[in-house]
Design a protein around this ligand. Structure first.
Ligand SMILES: Nc1ncnc2c1ncn2[C@@H]1O[C@H](COP(=O)(O)OP(=O)(O)O)[C@@H](O)[C@H]1O
Ligand SMILES: N[C@@H](CCC(=O)OP(=O)(O)O)C(=O)O
Length: 370
C-alpha cells in the first residue's frame, strides 16, 4: 500500500478541488489559483502520472456572472448558476492546461448513471481511454440536470467514488484549510492531525459540516470520503492547493489517511453510496438468509411484498420481514410486475432474477443505507 513518501510514484492520482479554493468572494473564478493548480498537475503529468481532476465550483462560478447574492438554495437557480459556471470553469481549465499542451476532457456524472450496469461500464471505459490517450479528465456532477432527490450533492464523495472507478492509488482533497484539525481551525487551540490510521481515532474530534460560504459539507464530508476511499485500499491526503506541489514530492504536509482495507468492487460501492433507492422489496426469511450469507440472486419465489412504485432497472432496498435492511440492488422487474409474481414458485427457475447477484450489495454491519 502506498505511503506518503511514494506519492510521486503513484501511477494514477485523483485530485479534487473544492469551490472555496477555485472561486473568489465576488462569485467569479480565481484564475491565479487555477493557474497554480494546473502548473503542479502539469509537472505530475509530465512525470508520467495519470491525473483525474474532480473540480467543484460550477455553482459558485455562476454567482458573479448572474449577479446573485450568494450560493442559491432554490433548485432552478442552482441549476442556472451551474449552467453558467460549469462552462466558465471548463473554459478556464482548458485554457490553463493548453499552455502546457495538455488536453482535457469533461466528464459530468449523474447519480443515476451507476444504476445501469452498461452506463457504469461505459463511464469506466471512457475514463480509462481518456487516461491512456494522455488526457486529463475533469469530473463534476452534472449540476444542470440534478434534482433534490437525485444528486450526489457533495463532490468529496464523488471524488472518492471516482478514485475507486479509475482504481487510483491515492486521492488528494484540496480545500481552503491545510488539513484536518482537532476542531475547526478558526478556534484557538486547534491542532493539525498529521496522519490517521483508523477512523475510530477521530471519534472525539469536532469535525463539522459547516464550511466556507460556497462549499458543501465542510470537513465532515471529506472525512467520510476519506473513509470510503481508505476502506477500499486508497490512500487519502487532505490539504490546501498551496501545499499540492510539496505533497507530490512526499513532504509531510496536510493530513494523510492510511488505507484501511483491500480493494473492493467499485460498482458495488457506487450502488451503495451514489444512487437513491426507488422502492422496497420485502423478502421471506429463506430468501433473507440466502442473501445475507452467500452470493446469490433474489428470485420471485422469495419475494413477500413490494412497496413503492419503481420501473425495471431501478435501485431498490431489500428488507427482511422484521424490517431490517439486507441490502440494495437493481430490480429486474417493475413494482407492478413484481407484485403479480411475488412468491410465485413457477418463476423460481425463470431466466430473469428479481435482483441479480452482480447487482446486489449487502448492507454493511452498523452501516446505514441512505
Ligand atoms: N476539524 C476541522 N478541521 C479542519 N477544517 C474544519 C474542521 N471542521 C470544520 N472545518 C471546516 O471545513 C471547511 C472546508 O470545507 P468546505 O467549505 O466544504 O470546502 P470545499 O469547498 O473545499 O469542499 C474549512 O474551511 C473549515 O472551516
Ligand atoms: N457539484 C457542485 C459542487 C458540490 C460540492 O461538493 O462542493 P465543494 O464542497 O466545494 O466540493 C458544484 O460544482 O458546484
Amino acid at each position: 500500500m502506498l505511503n506518503r513518501l511514494e506519492i510521486g510514484q503513484a501511477t494514477r492520482i485523483v485530485v479534487k478541488v473544492g469551490s472555496s479554493s477555485l472561486t473568489r468572494p465576488d462569485g467569479n473564478l480565481d484564475f491565479e489559483q487555477l493557474a497554480h493548480i494546473t502548473k503542479v498537475l502539469t509537472s505530475a503529468h509530465q512525470n508520467g502520472q495519470q491525473v483525474v481532476l474532480v473540480s467543484s465550483g460550477s455553482t459558485a462560478a455562476g454567482i458573479g456572472p448572474l449577479g446573485l447574492s450568494g450560493k442559491p438554495r432554490e433548485m432552478h437557480l442552482h441549476q442556472a448558476a451551474a449552467m453558467v459556471g460549469q462552462s466558465r470553469l471548463l473554459a478556464a481549465w482548458e485554457a490553463e492546461f493548453a499552455k502546457a499542451n495538455i488536453t482535457i476532457g469533461q466528464v459530468l456524472f449523474t447519480a443515476e448513471d451507476v444504476v445501469n450496469r452498461r452506463h457504469y461500464a461505459n463511464a469506466q471505459s471512457a475514463l480509462s481511454t481518456l487516461l491512456s490517450l494522455g488526457v486529463i479528465p475533469i469530473v463534476n456532477e452534472n449540476d444542470a440536470v440534478v434534482t433534490d432527490e437525485l444528486r450526489f450533492g457533495d463532490n468529496d464523495r464523488l471524488a472518492a467514488l471516482t478514485s475507486h472507478l479509475v482504481a487510483s492509488e491515492v486521492l488528494i482533497l484540496l480545500t481552503d484549510v491545510d488539513g484536518l484539525y482537532t476542531m475547526p481551525p478558526k478556534f484557538e487551540g486547534a491542532r493539525l492531525i498529521e496522519e490517521v490510521r483508523s477512523m475510530a481515532d477521530l471519534d472525539s474530534l469536532e469535525i463539522t459540516s459547516r464550511g466556507s460560504t460556497v462549499g458543501t459539507g465542510g470537513m465532515r464530508t471529506k472525512v467520510a470520503a476519506a473513509d470510503l476511499a481508505c476502506s477500499g485500499g486508497i490512500a487519502v491526503l487532505i490539504t490546501s492547493p498551496e501545499n499540492l506541489g510539496r505533497a507530490l514530492t512526499g513532504e509531510p504536509v496536510g493530513t494523510w489517511f492510511h488505507p484501511t482495507g483491500k480493494r473492493t468492487s467499485a460498482r458495488k460501492l457506487w450502488l451503495e453510496h451514489a444512487a437513491q433507492v426507488k422502492g422496497t422489496i420485502i423478502v421471506d426469511d429463506g430468501a433473507a438468509s440466502a442473501l445475507r450469507r452467500r452470493g446469490t440472486s433474489l428470485l420471485p419465489v422469495g419475494v413477500f411484498a413490494v412497496a413503492g412504485k419503481f420501473s425495471s432497472g431501478d435501485l431498490v432496498e431489500i428488507r427482511q420481514m422484521d424490517g431490517s435492511t439486507i441490502g440494495r440492488g437493481v430490480c429486474g422487474f417493475s413494482s407492478e410486475e413484481l407484485t403479480h409474481i411475488a412468491g410465485d414458485k413457477d418463476f423460481a427457475h425463470g431466466l430473469r432474477p428479481v435482483v441479480h447477484v452482480n447487482d446486489f450489495v449487502r448492507a454493511r454491519q452498523g452501516h446505514v443505507v441512505h
